[in-house]
Design a protein around this ligand. Structure first.
Ligand SMILES: [Fe+2]
Length: 379
């Protein structure tokens, strides 16, 4: 392991191009250091102490050759963010396992063994992470092949929500398994419907809506699959207000695991990139889900929010003052109010402490939102 973590911290802005000892350009001037970037830099066989890196932190330009810049008492320690880390091997193995689950020639009994194996790996990763560790779902994604990645994502999100609800390890494992298998009934949906890039016709949608029923039929007699996974696959499209399918169940008539899966499923679908739409930011997906709250278990939804990283460290957000900020550090007490870095002044802003006349987060930084803000201001 090299020494990058002693030299660079999340939120640092590189003030000069940085080259390796072999004169290969490693970081361009202006790069903001993010958690994924730190992971990437760890893999370089490079002595960072031998490179002069100039960083700007809190407006103070400090030359850090072999030493970290000073940290003030008020400055949050950015490197203490606790997010759940998934190894590249786990991420790729999980997607490959999901691919096997959906292979047309896969025997349903092999499906069961594969699902149990990968679910246990996912659950162990979640269980062994710190009790306050939160999940950034974007860190998990390794493919745009929706069906496979979605199965893995929902397994991870369901396990994380079960943990956030204080459920025991056995339940967390079953939640992971239920998530991985929740859409297994789609194996029997014709590929031209399943993979259709545009909107489904009414008839196609009715066929798609049969996938929970197909799952119930296929998983019913398979030994080794938990009852939770079977119930979850059958009921994950049911809604607490009775508007779901296939049976239109209401309230406590829906199993707890299906109530967990419903939240994980919708969140992942909204934030995933599809052929016909870009992936939505976590914060915007949560806003949309709040408008659908009648269908979800409210307590579970609150626990879900607490278990996620909604504004990934290093991402850009738009403040209510119309300015752009970099997310500097998570706030464990308030997931929707992370610490922000003002790149112009170098100040770190604690959004949870800011008054009405100070900056609060408006949303993810994009041109559309900036223009809306400008329009509102000009009225
Ligand atoms: Fe589904």
């Amino acid at each position: 392991m090299n020494n990058v973590n002693q030299v660079l911290r999340i939120g640092d802005i590189i003030q000069d191009d940085v080259f390796t000892a072999g004169k290969v350009l490693l970081l361009k001037k202006g790069t903001v250091i993010t958690q994924p970037l730190l992971y990437g830099l760890e893999r370089f066989d490079c002595d960072f102490n031998s490179i002069d890196i100039i960083v700007e932190r809190e407006g103070v330009v400090s030359q850090v050759a072999g030493m970290a810049a000073p940290q003030t008492d008020n400055e949050p320690a950015a490197q203490q963010d606790e997010s759940i880390v998934f190894s590249d091997k786990l991420k790729h193995d999980a997607v490959e396992a999901a691919r096997q689950l959906f292979a047309a020639d896969a025997n349903i009994r092999e499906v069961s063994e594969t699902a149990v194996s990968i679910s246990n790996d996912i659950a162990n990763n979640i269980i062994l992470a710190g009790s306050d560790a939160r999940l950034c779902i974007q860190d998990l994604r390794v493919t745009d092949e929706y069906t496979y990645q979605h199965s893995v994502d929902v397994g991870v999100l369901a396990a994380q929500l079960a943990k956030s609800l204080g459920m025991p390890p056995k339940w967390i494992s079953e939640a992971a398994q239920a998530g991985v298998l929740h859409d297994i009934g789609k194996r029997r949906v014709p590929p031209e419907i399943l993979n259709k890039p545009g909107k489904l016709t009414d008839e196609e949608f009715q066929i798609m809506k049969l996938h929970p029923v197909f799952a119930e039929e296929d998983l019913h007699l398979i030994r080794g699959i938990s009852e939770a996974a079977k119930a979850g696959a059958y009921e994950h499209h049911e809604k607490l207000d009775g508007t779901g399918y296939p049976r239109g169940l209401k309230g406590s008539g829906i199993s707890r695991i299906a109530q967990i899966l419903a939240i994980a499923d919708v969140y992942d679908a909204l934030t995933s990139k599809r052929v016909y739409k870009p992936g939505m930011s976590s914060a915007r997906a949560v806003n949309i889900m709040m408008g659908m709250i009648g269908g979800f278990n409210r307590d579970y939804f609150v626990a879900f929010l607490k278990s996620l990283i909604l504004y990934p460290t290093g991402s850009r957000v738009l403040g209510t003052d119309g300015r752009s900020y970099v997310v500097y550090k998570q706030n464990p007490q308030s997931p929707m109010q992370p610490f922000l870095l003002d790149e112009l002044s170098g100040n770190i802003i604690d959004v949870s402490q800011s008054g009405a006349d100070q900056v609060t987060i408006f949303g993810e930084d994009c041109e559309e939102m900036r223009l809306k803000w400008q329009e509102g201001r000009n009225k």
